[in-house]
Design a protein around this ligand. Structure first.
Ligand code: UT7
Length: 326
């Protein structure tokens, strides 16, 4: 069995916040943000994670031509759902009318879509389910302290989605599908990017705690990314027996232009093979990879048999890379 992507979709909110807008809120400048990150603007939601996830999911289902009643699995990679429960995937299910689907969220921060994609692949290849919708959706705007210039300039909101179907063909490099992947986690380094927003709260505690904002050691995350991302890509290429030159596009988590440039250099690959949209959207966490994948797909840049690397990293710490044969 092979698990193949048969449709993609995405959604970003209409409201644009530019670097100049932020310079009116914190001590920063457009020049500093562009030079250190490559980001020019970001989108901010007024409706939330579920609404964005549903819109991206609808686009992907339409693109795939799959009726909702045929969906058997929905996984939403998010760490910023609107509710603690029900999960976002159940809300997406209700909005789509995908009554048959089993639904759960997967929390792996910016690696959320990648981890969800690999999870769906394993379910589909096992024969447990025949079709799956994988969504990456995040509202980082509610987790950042908008008076902290070291974090608030980086993030934006959005959602992206992919529809997968299992096919009877054996998975091999010559077949289309989600191929080899590697994933990793290092909980001992969780503090360098964290958001303790759900604090203990009950009448049995002396002190009432308030919700916290995201905290980040930017330089540590940067060093982690430039080391781990190329290493994980090299590992998955080796596992699949594919060379970097055979890859058409490296679709990386859109965190920082300098991180992406460093990975391209280390892989000795032309930077044109590393598409980016972070200039317009900033870092949209779990949404960044599927939004970019959808953009490339809708531009008609993907042909059957093209090999792609999808690579993500984020809080946890978590990271991973997956080979996809389109
Ligand atoms: O999905 C993963 C999410 N996280 C990441 O991807 C974070 C990865 N890290 C980064 O992208 C970079 O570390 C940042 C963009 C966050 C920061 O860039 P940097 O080149 O590492 O800057 P820095 O933290 O070393 O700060 C350099 C200077 C400092 O001033 P001093 O101490 O040299 O006087 C900061 O206070 O820049 C200052 N600074 C700012 N200045 C203007 C920090 N943030 C800003 C700002 N505007 N927004």
């Amino acid at each position: 069995m092979a698990a193949r992507i048969i449709g993609t979709g995405s959604y970003v909110p209409d409201r644009i916040i530019t670097n100049d807008d932020l310079a009116e809120m914190v001590e920063t400048s457009d020049a500093w943000i562009v030079e250190r990150t490559g980001i020019h603007s970001r989108r901010i939601t007024e409706t939330g994670t579920t609404d964005m996830a549903v819109r991206a999911a609808r686009n992907a289902m339409e693109n795939a031509g799959l009726p909702p009643e045929e969906l058997e699995l929905i996984i939403v990679g998010t760490s910023t759902g609107d509710c603690l429960f029900p999960n976002t995937a159940c809300e997406v299910q209700a909005a789509l009318g995908a009554e048959k689907a089993v639904c759960f969220d997967l929390s792996a921060a910016c690696s959320g879509f990648l981890f969800s994609l690999n999870t769906a692949k394993v379910y589909l290849e096992s024969g447990a389910y025949r079709t799956a919708l994988v969504v990456g959706a995040d509202t980082l705007s509610k987790t950042v302290d908008w008076s902290d210039r070291s974090t608030c300039i980086l993030f934006g909101d959005g959602a992206g989605a992919a529809v997968l179907e299992s096919s009877a063909a054996e998975q091999s490099l010559w077949n289309r599908g989600v191929g080899d992947f590697i994933m990793g986690s290092d909980g001992s380094r969780g503090e360098c990017l964290a958001c303790r927003s759900t604090e203990l709260c009950s009448p049995f505690l002396g002190e009432k705690k308030t919700s916290g904002f995201m905290t980040m050691n930017g330089q540590e995350v940067f060093r982690f990314a430039v080391k781990t991302v190329p290493r994980s890509i090299e590992e998955v290429l080796k596992k699949a027996g594919v060379t970097p030159d055979e890859i058409k596009y490296f679709i990386l988590h859109q965190a920082n232009e300098r991180i992406i440039a460093s990975v391209a250099k280390r892989m000795k690959q032309d930077s044109a093979k590393f598409p980016m949209n972070l200039a317009q959207y900033g870092n949209t966490s779990g949404a960044s990879i599927p939004v970019l994948l959808d953009e490339i797909n809708r531009k008609g840049l993907l042909k059957q048999g093209d090999k792609l690397i999808i690579s993500g990293f984020g809080a946890g710490l978590t990271w991973g890379a997956t080979l996809v044969v389109w």
